[in-house]
Design a protein around this ligand. Sequence first.
Ligand code: FPP
Length: 225
Amino acid sequence: MIPVHVAIIMDGNGRWAKRRSLPRAFGHKEGVKVVKKIVKVADSLGIKILTLYAFSTENWKRPHSEIKFLFSLIKQFIKKELEELNNSGVKLRILGDLSKFPKNIIKEIEYACCITSKNIGLELNIALNYGARQELIHAFEEMYSQGIKKITEKMVSSFLYTAGQRDPDLVIRTSGEFRISNFLLWQIAYSEIYITDKLWPDFTENDLKQAVVTFQKRKRRFGGI
Ligand code: FPP
């Protein structure tokens, strides 16, 4: 079975650049090229939901110049790719709190989400200013403010940024780190995890296929036997 929802922690852009004695920005730029490729491949493999961790709530600790550069890459990606994404039926969703982002980027993102909202192809989630703990607090606050007393798993899920979407079947992390880094903590309770040493800018179509093949060999028991 092809995993329905694949979530990726795209790590290693900085190291990729460092190994080539280049500024970190080059790694991020190369990383965007891989994003474009992987979105297409995921769609062609039959993956229905692809979640990409692009900017975490912890990434604000980075130098201002790097944050600004990442923002400009994200804006450019959305602006430049919107037409093609829309033509291929991609539905864009942002996971995270966009309110701290520059107004011009928010406008661009909201426009892209609105234009693609009726599409029925690949659901592309981009996690921006995303942190799973912040997402859970946000959900609990919402439930509290709506006076919800009976809290169930379904209820919590319905207040997350991923509301209505199936939980990830497969989480991929590049660059060989064995960490989850505050990514989708609630949603990945039963996800299979695949870690590759490849740095994100080196991640290829074949690497995604390899991750899917490995997933297919796993026995998912969801706590049963
Ligand atoms: C991790 O590498 C990567 C990020 C924090 C940013 C990911 C962003 C992109 C690939 C580009 C923009 C994304 C989209 C969806 C258009 P790192 O900088 O932590 O690398 P390091 O651990 O080697 O330093």
